[in-house]
Design a protein around this ligand. Structure first.
Ligand code: BGC
Length: 272
């Protein structure tokens, strides 16, 4: 086994196998940190979600304590999956749009592993949600280009072709107006801040979808994040050529995708 800070958590392959059925997934958001045990064989949550508010400022130390509180709540010691609201490469954060800038260059995996006493695998939060939707939700069996947009504090994106993810696409940061990114106008926080109706927001969001369509010619758009549960209230304003559907796993997609990501990476880690 490769020796890293994670090695200490795994005594044997046998021990790991016990964890590979139910895996803890944690979706770290700019406003809340939510976790649940996930049956990674069928993508279903087992039992209740546990949520703590994201500490402000969202520094590595403060967020690590919130993360550890969730792991402790489940009395869990196996591989933990983490969806994180930033560019994440090899477990390290490379941006901080809606979290404290102190995260840039910091290993999310190492910080959270040390705080909670269990091995953590971290990936971008929208990529995690996308992986779950492609496997168990609205993107299942879709062979073409799929773009999932999570609508919440920020705008997250996940891009797939033939089911393969292109990670860290950050399409919420396409420049929109006055040098500001699309998420500053089209996220749910932007809608609340500018006090516009959901219908007016949806017309604006529709322009964003049309822009993405010009760039990527997707076959399917999946809308996730907190706003996905209100899809029926704004679907009539969205008219790109591609089909637009809400995330089937709603706001749990991030938790489920994070758990699947950890299960797969832990399996690779332990076997070779
Ligand atoms: C971040 C992304 C994240 C998205 C949703 C954006 O501000 O840059 O990395 O996926 O918010 O949380």
């Amino acid at each position: 086994m490769k020796k890293t800070y994670r090695s200490e958590y795994f005594g044997s392959v046998k021990k790991l196998q016990l964890f590979m059925h139910l895996v803890l997934g944690i979706d770290v958001g700019a406003s809340g940190v939510k976790g649940a045990l996930v049956d990674v064989q069928n993508g279903r949550l087992q039992g209740e979600r546990y949520r703590v508010p994201t500490p402000q400022p969202a520094t590595p130390e403060a967020m690590a304590a919130a993360f550890a509180e969730i792991v402790a709540f489940f009395s869990y010691k196996g591989p933990v999956g983490c969806g994180f609201p930033a560019i994440v490469k090899k477990g390290v954060a490379y941006s901080a749009a809606n979290i404290d800038a102190g995260w840039i260059g910091v290993s999310v995996e190492e910080t959270f592993s040390r705080a909670c006493g269990a091995p953590v695998w971290a990936t971008n939060d929208a990529d995690a949600a996308g992986m779950a939707e492609m496997r168990y939700g609205a993107g299942r069996g879709e062979p073409g280009v799929v773009i999932l947009i999570t609508i919440g504090t920020g705008l997250g994106s996940a891009l797939f072709y033939r089911g393969m993810l292109v990670p860290n696409t950050e399409l919420g940061h396409l420049l929109w107006e006055r040098g500001k990114p699309a998420e500053a106008f089209c996220s749910s926080v932007a809608r609340e801040r500018s006090k516009i109706s959901r219908a007016d927001w949806a017309k604006r969001f529709n322009k964003y979808l049309h822009h993405l369509e010009r760039l990527f010619s997707p076959d399917l758009f999946i809308l996730g994040g907190g706003e996905s549960k209100y899809f029926d209230q704004y679907a009539e304003y969205l008219n790109p050529k591609a089909n637009v559907v809400p995330a089937q796993l709603l706001n749990n997609a991030g938790i489920i995708g994070a758990a699947v990501y950890a299960a797969e990476n832990a399996a690779v880690f332990i076997t070779g």
